[in-house]
Ligand binder design. Structure first.
Ligand code: PEP
Ligand code: MN
Length: 331
């Protein structure tokens, strides 16, 4: 149950009520309590102390449409996601920051294409320890330099808790990767961050587990959570993963969080990314995350799936009418 306490309830009393209900307390105005979802009715003696009490059938609580029937707004200096905006944002850039020259080419291309958010990994969660692991802090500094120079927002992935502080400090959006979706240290720390968090779905996770991971961040007090579907593992091996668009329909219907889709990691091959991107945008989501690289063949990670600049420019032009057809605007 999600409970809003009356505004005149002081923190010490709120803490006593939270203890009684075994609830998480979120220090907002009004103070919010979230109890285990098995609590269906508020005890009688507490009824005069609350302004809102919403019982939900499972632990999709703060993210639930039953609690908040809108897409939560996330504001950036030059655009907004969710709320009343109808904006779909394009996030693009290479899989990894490799060199200053490479990320600068990518940043300049983003500006030329009207892309406002530059993405690139600095801490790569590679499947093999012998693959390129990312430039670390040096990469973060290069991304920050691109933000300064070109006025782009930047997003990068946090791989583990050893570098979470620096990622939160440097970026505009923190990405939690598919492999880190279950890392409760990362989720809880992001719950205390004052920056938007893009949470990717683990490729072996159910939708319930995915949204419950988002609940860790929300219940920590951070309301700026974006869900990212990036493909799940199925029996199919001809594509890298299977993009779960049925799952996206479920998330739109049942959750109040903005949704960004990542067809690049789902497909795993550049040839399918443009068609998938159009299909994704047609679902009326808050954005796309597409990997692009000045020279994909030479990329240090995810070479097969990154679009070259011509492919990306062609895709970008084709997406605008798709966005408009579903009542949205590509930003
Ligand atoms: C990435 O965005 O480059 C990445 C590693 O994605 P995922 O966590 O979805 O595999
Ligand atoms: Mn990648």
């Amino acid at each position: 149950m999600v409970i809003h306490l009356n505004k005149d309830i002081q923190l010490h009393e709120a803490k006593e009520i939270a203890d009684e209900l075994k609830a998480i307390l979120i220090e907002k105005d009004p103070i919010i309590l979230v109890t285990p979802s098995k609590l269906r009715e508020l005890p009688k003696h507490l009824q005069s102390k609350v302004s809102l009490a919403v019982a939900v059938p499972n632990d999709i609580q703060l993210a639930s449409r039953k609690y908040l029937d809108e897409v939560r707004p996330i504001k950036f200096s030059n655009f907004e996601l969710g709320g009343n905006s109808n904006s779909s944002v394009m996030i693009s850039g290479p899989c990894s920051v490799e060199t200053e020259a490479q990320i600068e080419e990518a940043a300049q291309f983003c500006v030329q294409q009207g892309v406002k958010v530059l993405r690139a990994g600095c801490y790569k969660p590679r499947t093999s320890p012998y693959s390129f692991q990312g430039l670390g802090l040096e990469g973060l500094k290069l991304l920050a330099k691109m933000r300064e120079k070109y006025g782009l927002h930047i997003i990068t992935e946090v791989r583990d808790s050893s570098h979470i502080e620096e990622v939160i400090e440097y970026v505009d959006i923190v990405q939690i990767g598919a492999k880190a979706m279950y890392d409760q240290g990362i989720l809880r720390r992001c719950g205390k961050a004052r920056k938007p968090i893009l949470l990717k779905r683990g490729f072996g996770s159910t939708l319930q587990e995915f949204v419950q991971a988002a609940e860790f961040i929300l219940s920590g007090g951070n309301e700026q959570v974006i869900l990212c579907e990036r493909g799940i593992r199925t029996f199919e091996t001809n594509t890298r993963f299977t993009l779960d668009l049925c799952g996206v329909a479920f998330l739109k219907e049942h959750t109040n969080l903005p949704i960004i889709l990542d067809p690049s990691h789902a497909m795993g091959y550049a040839y399918g990314v443009a068609d998938l991107s159009r299909a994704c945008l047609a679902m009326g989501v808050e954005g796309l995350l597409i990997e692009s690289h000045p020279r994909p063949k030479e990329a240090w990670s995810d070479a097969a799936q990154q679009l070259d600049f011509n492919q990306f420019a062609e895709l970008m032009a084709s997406l605008k009418p798709v966005a408009n057809a579903v009542g949205r605007q590509l930003v």
